[in-house]
Design a protein around this ligand. Sequence first.
Ligand code: FES
Length: 158
Amino acid sequence: MEQTTQQTDLVKTEQTDFDKEFHPNIVALVCNWCTYTAADLAGVTRLKYPAEIRMIRLMCTGMIDPRFIVESFLRGADGVFIGGCHPGDCHYINGNLKARLRIGGLKALLQGMGIEPQRLALHWIGASEGTEFQKQVKDFVEGIRELGPSGFGVYDSI
Ligand code: FES
């Protein structure tokens, strides 16, 4: 009985410590053909990655309207992670390259709005790169954790 009480106290302590940590809200906009499949592969091969990401699957990074990103920050995202096909592998010829151009311009805009450009990341992660997906997401979430909350959310939280 006493051991059960000790175990319960231990669990309570762990939960409290967990709750004290900053858990950023991360929106991940990922391409169906590559990064989403890589995330699925990471899952089925039991690779652990941060639970803070909320993944949204798109058919191509080329269809990411910059307003999706600004809206994510306005709704309380602390970071936006974008994953697409490697250059030359885009199923829609060059959607990923168009995305890269837009993201570059958007980073400058975000900085002007007071949002650190590191809060927005674009990575090429192929369908077979589950380990790469895990690494990039872990690094990104850790970087956002170090930056702290964006403080930019003005609407309901995501
Ligand atoms: S189809 Fe994957 S980025 Fe275009």
